[in-house]
Design a binder for this molecule. Structure first.
Ligand code: NAP
Length: 530
C-alpha cells in the first residue's frame, strides 16, 4: 500500500492544507522523506464529526452480528497489510520487528475479543423487571434496562503501542464494539503506520456496508486539531493514552464544554513492586534478574514499567541490589520512540539524580546512537521518598528507584503516601502473608491491578483484566482501558418504562430472539419473558 500523507475521513481521503509534517525515524534521527503528511484543521474536524454524527444511529442499530463482523473484517484487513505495516512501524518507532509482530497479533486478537463481546451481548446489561399490576399499595410498571453507546468517540492513540493502542487499538475496538463511531487523532510519532491502518479500517467498513462516518483518521498538530476535536459538540467521549500533561489538557477542554463529556485518559504510573522479607531472603538474585529484565524491556516504555522497588533493609536486600546493579549494567541502550520522549527521560533521570538522599547504583551501557535510553537504577530511603513528591514522577524509560524501609510499618507508610497506580506487585512467600494482608487494603485503594510473584509489564487482553487506577494513573478509576470491560467506558444505561414490545430494543423484547442472558426480576435467565 502506498502511503500518501492523506487523512481518511469516512469513505474519502483528504489531504490537509493547514500545514505539513514528515514522519520521523528515531533510530536514524532523521525525517522520513516521503510522503509529506497534510495537516488537517477545523474543517476536517467538522467533516469527520458531522459524518460520525450521521452514522451514529444507523451504526448502533445494526444487528450485533454485523457489528461483530465489521470488527473481524478490520482484523483481516490489518493482516492483509503484511510485512509492510511492520516495517513502517519499525521505521517510525524504533521498536524491534519481533515486538511489533507480536503487537499486531495482540491488535488482531483484541478485535476478535470485542467481536465475541458484541455477539455475546452481555455488555448490554439487559435487565427486566416485569410489571406487577396487582402490587399493593401501588402497581409496578414494566421496567427494562439496556445500555446504548454515548455517541461518537475521539481517540488519541499511544506512542508506545503504535498498533495495539493506536488507530485500530483497544480504545477504537472497544468504542466500535459499543456501537460508537470513532475519530482517531493520529499520533505524530507514527503517521505512516496510522494511515495504513486507517485505510484498512476504511476498507473493512466499505466491505461490510457500514455507514460512512463510522470511522475517520485525522492528522494535525496535537494542540490545535486535538483541542478542536475534543471541543466539538458531536463528540461524546474521549479515549487517550499519553502524558499527564496531555491528558489533563484534554480533560480541561472536555469539562469546559457547554456539554461536558468523559475523558478516559491513561497517563502516568510508577507501578511499585514490594519485595516482602521471606521472598527477598529466598531468591534475591532471581528477583533482581526478573526486575531488571522487566525494567529494560522495550526501553522501559511501558505504562506498567516497575519504576519503584520497596523492601526492608536486610542482607538479602543488599544481595538484590548488587545483582540488580550488575544486571542493569549489562543492559544495552535502546532507541526510544521519539526524540521528545528521550529528552523527557533524560530530564527525569537528571531530576532524580540531583535529588538529595538519592544515589545512582548502576547505569546501563552508554548510548552510542541517537535517542537511545541508558538504563539506570537508583537507591533511596523511605523517609527521603516520603519527603520528596518529585521522586514519584514517572521516568518513562528504563530507570527505577529502590526504596529501603526500616520495617513493615514504614512500607505501609510509603504505600499510603503513593499516588494512584495502574499496578502494584507483591513478591511473597507463605511467611509474608501477614505483611501482605496489611498492605492489600492500601494497595486496593491505590491501584487497578495487584499481582503476586510476577512483574507488571505484560498486560493480558482478557475479560478480567483491569488496566486502570486512581489519578494520575487514569482520569477515571471506575474503568479499564484494556480488556473486555473497556467497552463500558462508552456506554450508558437507558430504562424503558411500559414500552410496547414491538418498540423495545431487540435485547429487551419478550421473545429474547438473541438468546441473551438477562436479569429477569432479579434472576439470570436466558429464556423468553411472559
Ligand atoms: P503526549 O505528548 O501526551 O501525546 C499523546 C497524544 O495526545 C498525541 O497525539 C498528541 O498530539 C496529543 N496531545 C498531547 N497534548 C495535547 C494537548 N494539549 N492538546 C491536544 N492534543 C494533545 O504523549 P507522548 O508523546 O506519547 O509521550 C510523551 C510522554 O507521555 C512520555 O514521555 C511519557 O511520560 C508519557 N507516556 C505515558 C504512557 C503511559 O502509558 N502511561 C504512554 C505513552 C507516553 P501530537 O502527536 O500531535 O503531539
Amino acid at each position: 500500500m502506498q502511503i500518501t500523507g492523506d487523512m481518511v475521513i469516512g469513505y474519502r481521503t483528504v489531504h490537509g492544507s493547514t500545514g505539513s509534517q514528515r514522519a520521523f525515524n528515531p533510530t536514524l534521527n532523521a525525517p522520513i522523506a516521503e510522503p509529506e503528511f497534510g495537516l488537517g484543521g477545523k474543517n476536517e474536524v467538522e467533516l469527520a464529526a458531522s459524518l460520525a454524527a450521521a452514522a451514529f444511529d444507523p451504526y448502533r442499530n445494526l444487528p450485533l452480528a454485523q457489528r461483530a463482523a465489521f470488527l473481524e473484517a478490520i482484523a483481516e484487513e490489518i493482516l492483509q497489510l503484511g510485512d509492510a505495516l511492520i516495517e513502517r512501524a519499525h521505521a517510525e518507532s524504533g521498536l524491534p520487528i519481533a515486538r511489533l509482530t507480536g503487537e499486531r497479533g495482540r491488535t488482531v486478537g483484541q478485535l476478535h475479543l470485542f467481536a465475541q463481546v458484541v455477539r455475546d451481548g452481555h455488555f448490554l446489561s439487559a435487565t427486566i423487571d416485569t410489571a406487577q399490576p396487582d402490587r399493593q399499595p401501588l402497581a409496578r410498571a414494566d421496567l427494562r434496562l439496556a445500555k446504548i453507546p454515548l455517541g461518537p468517540v475521539a481517540v488519541f492513540g499511544a506512542s508506545n503501542f503504535p498498533l495495539a493502542f493506536s488507530v485500530a487499538g483497544g480504545d477504537t475496538a472497544s468504542a466500535l464494539a459499543a456501537g460508537a463511531p470513532v475519530i482517531v487523532k493520529a499520533h505524530s510519532a507514527h503517521l505512516g503506520t496510522s494511515e495504513m491502518v486507517a485505510r484498512a479500517v476504511q476498507k473493512a467498513a466499505q466491505r461490510q456496508g457500514m455507514p460512512e462516518g463510522v470511522f475517520s483518521l485525522l492528522v494535525g498538530a496535537g494542540r490545535e486539531l486535538g483541542e478542536a476535536l475534543v471541543a466539538h459538540p458531536e463528540i461524546k467521549a474521549v479515549g487517550f493514552t499519553g502524558s499527564r500533561q496531555g491528558g489533563l489538557a484534554l480533560l480541561r477542554i472536555a469539562n469546559n464544554r457547554a456539554e461536558p463529556i468523559p475523558v478516559y485518559a491513561e497517563m502516568s504510573s510508577i507501578n511499585p513492586v514490594f519485595l516482602l522479607p521471606q521472598a527477598l531472603a529466598a531468591r534475591p538474585e532471581a528477583l533482581a534478574q526478573g526486575f531488571a529484565d522487566s525494567l529494560a524491556m522495550g526501553a522501559g516504555q511501558f505504562c506498567t514499567n516497575p519504576g519503584l522497588v520497596l523492601a526492608i533493609d536486610s542482607p538479602a536486600l543488599t544481595t538484590f541490589i548488587s545483582a540488580a546493579a550488575t544486571a542493569i549494567r549489562a543492559k544495552g541502550a535502546q532507541t526510544m520512540l521519539t526524540a521528545g520522549i528521550h529528552q523527557a527521560y533524560e530530564a527525569g533521570r537528571a531530576q532524580v539524580q540531583a535529588a538529595a538522599g538519592v544515589e545512582q547504583l548502576a547505569a546501563g551501557v552508554t548510548a552510542d546512537h541517537a535517542n537511545a535510553a541508558q538504563a539506570a537504577l537508583y537507591v533511596t530511603s523511605a523517609q527521603t521518598l516520603l519527603a520528596n513528591e518529585a521522586l514519584q514522577s514517572e521516568m518513562f524509560g528504563p530507570a527505577s528507584i529502590v526504596v529501603k524501609a526500616s520495617s513493615v510499618d514504614e512500607l505501609l507508610q510509603v504505600a499510603q503516601h503513593l499516588e494512584g497506580q495502574l499496578t502494584a506487585t507483591l513478591h511473597l512467600e507463605q511467611g509474608d502473608h501477614d505483611s501482605a494482608r496489611a498492605l492489600l487494603p492500601v494497595l486496593e485503594r491505590k491501584c487497578g491491578r495487584i499481582l503476586v510473584n510476577g512483574f507488571p509489564t505484560g498486560v493480558e487482553v482478557s475479560h478480567a483484566m483491569v488496566h486502570g487506577g486512581p489519578f494520575p494513573a487514569t482520569s477515571n478509576a471506575m474503568y479499564t482501558s484494556v480488556g473486555a470491560s473497556a467497552i463500558d467506558r462508552f456506554l450508558r444505561p437507558v430504562c424503558y418504562q411500559d414500552l410496547p414490545d414491538a418498540l423495545r430494543p431487540e435485547a429487551l423484547q419478550n421473545g429474547n430472539a438473541l438468546g441473551l442472558w438477562r436479569l429477569v426480576d432479579g434472576a439470570p435467565s436466558q429464556g423468553a419473558v411472559g
